[in-house]
Design a protein around this ligand. Structure first.
Ligand SMILES: [Zn+2]
Length: 144
């Protein structure tokens, strides 16, 4: 049972695949936050064995499309007055810019730093993306 007692008004990012938490925490800029927030790792989960959870004691703007790109199975609960008032379901965005680096070392986005990395959704069923420049594949939920 997820304990949300410590959050009055904020956001709980749940069902993060174990090990993905730190990257998402960092990506959201929470490592530099001046409000209270927590990264809880390796929480036992019935669904997946272990998961990470991020609790944010503040209503912040989150780019949900980017979270969907990182892992569409993440669930987001918005808390107001210690109650879940909204659950946000993530979707795979059609296109993302500068979220991950291309894995192809010869890709122009790696050799030329001023070119932004762009990934486009090529298969919704497989959660598969491809680099716009070199076609290198990326599957949502597989950041390492
Ligand atoms: Zn590439």
């Amino acid at each position: 049972m997820l304990n949300i007692d410590t959050i009055k008004n904020g956001i709980v990012i749940d069902h993060i695949k174990a090990g993905f938490g730190p990257q998402i925490f960092h990506f959201l800029g929470l490592d530099k936050a001046d409000f209270s927030c927590a990264l809880i790792m390796n929480v036992p989960s019935k669904k997946s064995g272990k998961k990470d959870i991020i609790k944010i004691d503040n209503i912040i703007n989150i780019d949900y499309s980017v979270l969907g790109f990182i892992d569409p199975n993440i669930s987001i609960n918005v808390i107001k007055d210690e109650t879940i008032v909204r659950k946000i379901k993530l979707e795979l965005p059609e296109r993302v810019e500068n979220v991950i680096k291309c894995k192809n070392p010869r890709c122009i986005t790696i050799t030329e730093h001023y070119i932004p990395s762009v990934f486009r959704l090529t298969s919704k069923e497989k959660s598969q993306y491809r680099c716009e420049y070199c076609d290198a594949p990326y599957t949502a939920g597989s950041i390492d």
